[in-house]
Design a protein around this ligand. Structure first.
Ligand code: F6R
Length: 247
C-alpha cells in the first residue's frame, strides 16, 4: 500500500489525475473503475483539462462505475449516471457505449447485477479502480458488516449514509434507501486501486482503514490486502494516522 499525503485537496486531485493519465497513456484501452461523490470531482476536472490541453484521449477507455441508487431513473439529477455525465463523460472524448453505470431501474435487478459482473469480466477486468471512502468506512455502498468477498448486488444503505447523502436531495425522505453496488470482492479484483480522501471528516475512517485491523466493520480496511493499492489523501484526512508516511 502506497500512502501519499498531500497538502491540499487540489494536490490530491492532481496526483490522482497524473496516475490515471499515466495508466491510460500506457494502455489506451484501459478499463477504469470510477466513483461518484464529492471527493473525485477534482480528479475529474483535472482529467477534463488533460483531455483538452494535454492530448489525453479516452476514446478507447471503458469505464465501470461502482454504484447507483435503486429507483432513480437515469434522467434524475441525483442519479449517479447523471453525476458522471455532468462531471466527466460529457466533457471528454469517451464514446457513450464505453461507459457503464449500474441501472437502478432495471426490471430484474439481481439479473442486472450478474450481467454487470459478466461485463467487467468480458472486458478483461478492471485495470484501475478509483475509490472514495465513507465516514463510516464504507467502500462504494458496501456498508459496515458487508461481506469482504461480496459481488455486485443490492444493498440497503445505513441511516448514516442516507443522512450524509440527504444534502443532495430536497428532503431526507427522497434519498433512496437501497442501491446496486459492486462488491468488495469485485473491487479487490481490480488490478490496481486508488483510494482518495480529503478533509477532517474522513480522518477517523482513513485511520481505521489504513492502520486498524482488517474487518468487515470497516470495509475499506480490506485494501490493506490489495497488492497494488494507492492511498492519496490530504493532510486533514491523514491527521489521525500514527505512522509516518512520505510524500
Ligand atoms: C460513490 C461511492 C461512495 C463514496 C463515499 C464518499 O460511488 O463509492 O463510497 O466514495 O461515500 O463520498 P464523498 O466523496 O462524497 O465523501
Amino acid at each position: 500500500m502506497l500512502v501519499s499525503i498531500k497538502k491540499s485537496y487540489e494536490e490530491v486531485s492532481k496526483a490522482a489525475a497524473v496516475l490515471v493519465a499515466e495508466r491510460i497513456r500506457r494502455k489506451p484501452n484501459l478499463v477504469l473503475g470510477l466513483a461518484t461523490g464529492a471527493t473525485p470531482i477534482g480528479l475529474y476536472q483535472e482529467l477534463i483539462r488533460m483531455n483538452r490541453e494535454d492530448g489525453l484521449s479516452f476514446s478507447k477507455v471503458t469505464t465501470f462505475n461502482l454504484d447507483e441508487y435503486i429507483g432513480l431513473p437515469r434522467t434524475h439529477p441525483q442519479s449517479y449516471y447523471q453525476f458522471m455525465w455532468e462531471h466527466l463523460f460529457r466533457h471528454i472524448d469517451i464514446p457513450s457505449r464505453s461507459v457503464n453505470v449500474p441501472d437502478g431501474m432495471a426490471g430484474d435487478i439481481e439479473g442486472h447485477c450478474e450481467w454487470y459482473e459478466e461485463e467487467i469480466r468480458r472486458k478483461g477486468g478492471i485495470d484501475l479502480q478509483v475509490l472514495g471512502i465513507g465516514a463510516n468506512g464504507h467502500l462504494a455502498f458496501n456498508e459496515p458488516g458487508s461481506s469482504l468477498g461480496s459481488r455486485t448486488r443490492i444493498k440497503t444503505l445505513t441511516e448514516q449514509t442516507v443522512g450524509d447523502n440527504a444534502r443532495y436531495f430536497k428532503s431526507i425522505h427522497e434519498v433512496p434507501k437501497t442501491a446496486i453496488t459492486m462488491g468488495i470482492g469485485t473491487i479487490m479484483e481490480a488490478k490496481e486501486v486508488l483510494l482518495l480522501a480529503s478533509s477532517a471528516s474522513k480522518a477517523e475512517a482513513v485511520r481505521a482503514a489504513i492502520e486498524g485491523p482488517i474487518t468487515a466493520l470497516v470495509p475499506a480496511s480490506i485494501i490493506q490486502m490489495h497488492r497494488k493499492a494507492y492511498v492519496t489523501i490530504d493532510e486533514e484526512a491523514a491527521s489521525k494516522l500514527t505512522h509516518t508516511f512520505s510524500g
